[in-house]
Design a protein around this ligand. Structure first.
Ligand code: GDP
Length: 298
């Protein structure tokens, strides 16, 4: 992952210095932890997350086994790896599923984060991997062309898109869309909602009303990894208001430092469920904390 190239290199350098030593001392641990701390901050990881992470790794590393060990560098890599996995949420978090159809997924996020694209990628994934019959509702009535965009993507992946244009109240669009999906016995409904350039009261009220009506099984927040710590702030804002169930981190293929991936879980308590790594319909992957940690360590 491009996003972590800088971090990987710095972590490898920091830990590499230990490899040249036989046994290490407490001050060697402190030195390597200083470097790891800087590497994480430079990768744009939230400062509080970095602080807690470094504290935990340092105290584990100073524990007797590492200092007594003949392979201290490996021991530290192991600890760093375990703590990275922990910070990202341990296990992959599966998509929630309703006991009876349809499972309702509400997509939320700021304008430009990749919500509409992700809604379609997810529909495509469900169709391809689960043989599902997804149905999408176009309720973003504010961004010019959002509805047409969803219709075009829906056509490409052969998934129906319900819309009533831009002049109908989004809550009403969702109400009618859900009715149609239930009539047609679609098993997943994905609702594309409006975003704005920043979080505001009106947007949150609209999203709350849609949430109340639709009672979604999953509220997936789409955030743009390229925006770094701002993505984490945005995630916190949405979660405070809507109690989201998961996060999709998009644009991890771009020129970003990737700190959001390491911060979101710790800051919001909500798991990253998927990552977007490109513009194509197939560029959506389940987020596995352990795989991500291995890739970060290189
Ligand atoms: P929305 O306003 O949140 O609905 O955002 P869109 O779905 O329209 O996405 C905004 C732009 O980001 C579009 O050009 C998408 O193709 C692009 N995009 C979305 N996800 C990704 C991703 O994972 N990687 C890259 N490179 N581009 C993405």
């Amino acid at each position: 992952i491009v996003a972590f190239e800088g971090l990987t290199e710095r972590l490898q350098n920091a830990i590499g210095k230990l490899r040249r030593k036989g046994k290490i001392s407490e001050s060697d641990v402190k030195e390597v932890m200083r470097e790891i701390r800087l590497a994480l901050l430079e990768a744009d990881v939230n400062f509080k997350v970095v602080k807690d992470f470094v504290k935990t790794v340092r105290s584990r590393a100073i524990g007797a086994e590492v200092l007594e060990s003949l392979t201290p560098a490996q021991q530290i890599v192991k600890i760093v790896n375990e703590e990275l996995v922990k910070v990202m949420g341990e296990e992959a978090a599966p998509l929630n599923k309703s006991a009876k159809i349809p499972t309702i997924i509400m997509m939320v996020g700021l304008q430009g984060a990749g919500k509409t694209t992700t809604a379609s990628k997810l529909a495509n994934k469900l169709k391809k991997e689960k043989n599902a019959r997804p149905f999408m509702i176009a309720a973003d009535v504010y961004r010019p062309a959002a509805i047409d965009q969803l219709k075009i993507l829906g056509k490409d992946i052969d998934v129906p898109v319900f819309s009533l244009g831009v002049d109908v109240d989004p809550v009403e669009i969702v109400r009618q869309g859900l009715e149609e999906a239930k009539d047609k016995k679609n098993d997943y409904v994905i609702i594309d909602t409006a975003g704005r350039l920043q979080i505001d009261e009106k947007l949150m009220q609209e999203l709350s009303s849609i949430k109340e009506l639709a009672q979604p099984d999953e509220i997936l927040l789409t955030v743009d990894a390229m925006t770094g710590q701002n993505a984490v702030e945005v995630a916190k804002g949405f979660n405070d208001q809507l109690d989201v169930t998961g996060v999709v981190l998009t644009k991890l293929d771009g020129d970003t430092r990737g700190g959001a991936a390491l911060s979101i879980r710790a800051v919001t308590g909500k798991p990253i469920k998927f990552i977007g790594q490109g513009e194509k319909m197939t560029d959506l992957d389940v987020f596995y904390p352990d795989r991500m940690a291995s890739r970060i360590l290189g």
